[in-house]
Ligand binder design. Structure first.
Ligand SMILES: C[S@@+](CC[C@H](N)C(=O)[O-])C[C@H]1O[C@@H](n2cnc3c(N)ncnc32)[C@H](O)[C@@H]1O
Length: 675
């Protein structure tokens, strides 16, 4: 099945000062690239004096390209000297760097570029340095820019380096007086100083020598918009084509799955376009009917003064295209849910609210959930009724919270498979869903099913049930009040009756995600009146994509049914600890659940035991009000409470190590589930 997201690939190349940017863009577009990355400053005018009048000529003339090309096909690169000089000890150098930065960004805004690249070099620091190099002034100047523009994204270009404690590839040769800096740390500092601005993103450069998979995994929670592949990282295969090492391939594929744009960085090679580059480009376009560089078998053209360029790095582009095309096919579940990736949803409240038709329809498309329920009912019937009595003895099944009837249907089919005579009661409190149930009874189920419009906690049944089937589970297991509803409904069950599900457990894991932190912060507008505190004291259902889970999830709360305790107490409290595998910044924790329907028939959204193909539930996010910096090997301690009164259930949560945060949602002041 084809992927829905398309590949977007750019090229970073030098322009010929004589023929200019339009020739480069023509050749890049003819090759099939989507955009080019070029310095904002004109190559011949880069040595400039921004303070001097008339120096605006530093830039490329905006007349070189149509405005549509500037705004869709060009990413500008800010002068790389700026970032180091902005924090120079020399005030004159600092001021000049600020002027250059402002000149670059003002010009980029003038020509409406969609993004600019800000190189952030990771220079080695003195081995005895207490802190990495300062970037405070860079962050201040950058913040001022980000707060003054509404549309442009800044891609902070950093090389992927080993994390603290891991040897760097250059360390062997480096003088002992210096140590390598960690680019993730530098980025983490920069985005923190810039107040987590949503238009600040990462352009990650893959060095020829890749750091460990663990070092690279940290970028999973960061907004990596661009992945820069150096032309020097490409090897030549035995057919003469450029290919990447296995490890590079793996990393590029992972980022392609994220929808990251790839940029082939041609380094400092000069690509000299001929004076009639347009003619050459259109000739190339004719040779390649799609005009998208599909010509086969040509070696990448290194263009120099003596060669007529028609394409640049065509085979490199084809190779990236090949990596994209051979990504694993998306299964039905992934395709169905891809539009929900990293998008926050309020958890359902099926008890307090009446679900809509479209919500039921989404549930009913799940190919796994109902099959597992059917299997569980079938096994329970076989266990309860001796084979000789199955055709004659009527077994009572109650589906409580029947919705539009998929579990009723699954139970009937299970009974048929088990050759068992059953009477099914479908209990539902949503009158709109009951209307559908009645139609299905009249047209499909007839006398085998009775429809009861009632709250399951209030209905008085004509007979007790052998099997009580329900699906009242949320992403955190108990968060849609399955415990309270089933405790109220277990009167309907025979003393030896079976509840499906019989047990469910919630899990949590620490999470790092700039994207989700910013999304939560932006939620304040959805509260009336707008309220940032509420935004951070609300859990959200979210299909996690641009998020890094730092440690495997651990169990939190378990509920079992029926619950025959003399006094039922569904309040819970637990604290869980993790050891940070590396330096990171936490933005909350992810919640999951698994459930035992019957014996070994399970459903799970816990990553390690996930029920493949199921898409009824996404994880839940419990955000932290403020990012929490954690050092490798430090203890992360998270506390969660489930609180109950007669009217409502709510969670409170906090973190007490490595720092303490205020308790989130005390008394359920921002978020609760109504009973
Ligand atoms: C998550 S939906 C599941 C619906 C259906 N069983 C399915 O799998 O598609 C939960 C259903 O339980 C119903 N429900 C929740 N609490 C209930 C209660 N106390 N009594 C009766 N129905 C309830 C809701 O209206 C909703 O239709």
């Amino acid at each position: 099945m084809p992927r829905s997201k398309r590949l977007s690939c750019g090229v970073q190349a030098q322009t010929n000062p004589e023929t200019g940017i339009n020739a480069l863009l023509d050749v890049a577009m003819t090759t099939g690239f989507d955009f080019i990355v070029v310095p904002l400053a004109h190559p011949l005018r880069a040595l400039r004096n921004p303070a001097a009048k008339g120096d605006a000529a530093f830039a490329r003339a905006d007349l070189d390209l149509y405005s549509g090309d500037w705004s869709s096909s060009v990413v500008g690169q800010i002068s790389s000297t700026v970032q180091t000089q902005l924090d120079s000890a020399d005030p004159a150098e600092r001021i000049k760097a600020q002027e250059m930065f402002e000149q670059d960004t003002a010009w980029a805004s003038h020509i409406s570029l969609p993004a600019v690249v800000l190189p952030l070099t990771v220079a080695p620091v003195a081995a005895d340095a207490k802190a990495p190099r300062s970037i405070a002034n860079l962050a201040r100047v950058l913040s001022n820019f980000l707060n003054s523009t509404l549309s442009m994204t800044v891609w902070v270009r950093v090389t992927a380096t080993p994390m603290a404690g891991e040897p760097s590839s250059t360390e062997a040769n480096a003088p002992v007086t210096t140590r390598a800096q960690d680019s993730w740390e530098l980025w983490n500092t920069l985005r923190t100083l810039c107040g987590y601005n949503g238009r600040l993103a990462v352009a990650l450069e893959l060095p020829d020598n890749l750091p460990s998979p663990q070092s690279l995994a940290r970028w999973k929670g960061e907004p990596v918009k661009g992945l820069f592949c150096l032309s020097s990282s490409f090897l030549t295969n035995n057919k003469g084509f450029p290919v990447l090492s296995k490890r590079h391939q793996l990393v590029v594929r992972e980022f392609l799955e994220f929808g990251t744009q790839v940029v082939v960085d041609c380094g400092s090679n000069q690509f000299i376009s001929p004076p009639d580059a347009k003619a050459a480009a259109s000739a190339a376009a004719q040779a390649s009917p799609s005009g998208k560089g599909k010509g086969k078998g040509k070696a990448a053209q290194f263009v120099d003064n003596t060669t007529t360029p028609t394409t640049i790095y065509e085979n490199h582009l084809q190779y990236i295209g090949h990596l994209f095309d051979t990504l694993p096919a998306l299964d039905e579940a992934t395709r169905a849910s891809s539009s929900f990736e990293d998008s926050l949803q309020a958890p359902l409240q099926p008890l307090m609210d009446n679900l809509e038709s479209a919500t039921y329809e989404v549930f009913e498309r799940d190919p796994v959930k109902y099959a597992q329920y059917g299997r569980a009912v079938e096994l329970a019937l076989e266990d309860r009724v001796p084979e000789s009595e199955r055709a004659t003895r009527e077994t009572v099944i109650m589906v409580v919270g029947a919705g539009r009837g998929p579990l009723v249907q699954a139970a009937l089919e299970a009974a048929e498979r088990a050759n068992c005579k059953v009477k099914v009661y479908a209990v539902e409190k949503n009158p709109n869903a009951v209307a559908t149930l009645l139609v299905r009874k009249n047209e499909e189920w007839l006398d085998s099913v009775e429809i009861i419009e009632s709250d399951m906690r209030a209905w008085n049944p004509p007979a007790l049930a052998d099997i009580l089937v329900s699906e009242l589970l949320g992403s955190f297991g108990d968060n849609e009040l399955s415990p309270e509803c089933l405790d109220g409904a277990q009167r309907l069950l025979k003393p030896d009756g079976v509840s499906i599900p019989s047990k469910y457990t919630s899990y949590l894991a620490p999470l790092s995600s700039q994207k989700l932190y910013i999304e939560v912060r932006n939620q304040y507008v959805h509260f009336s009146p707008p309220d940032e505190r509420k935004a951070f004291e609300t859990p959200y259902v979210v299909l996690l994509k641009n998020a890094a889970i730092t440690n495997p999830p651990v169990p939190v709360f378990t509920f079992e049914h029926p619950n025959r305790a003399a006094k039922i107490d569904n309040s819970r409290y637990t604290s869980v600890t993790f050891t940070a595998p590396h330096n990171t910044t936490l933005h909350g924790f992810a919640g999951y659940f698994d459930t035992v329907l019957y014996k070994d028939v399970m459903l799970s959204i816990v990553p390690d035991t996930f029920s493949t193909g199921m898409f009824s539930w996404f994880p839940i996010l419990f955000p932290f009000k403020q990012p929490v910096s954690v050092k490798a090997d430090e203890t992360i301690e998270i506390h969660v409470w489930r609180n109950c009164t007669r009217e409502k259930v709510w969670y409170e949560w906090t973190c007490t190590s490595p720092i303490s945060l205020p308790i989130h949602n005390p008394g359920g002041r921002s978020y609760y589930i109504g009973l």
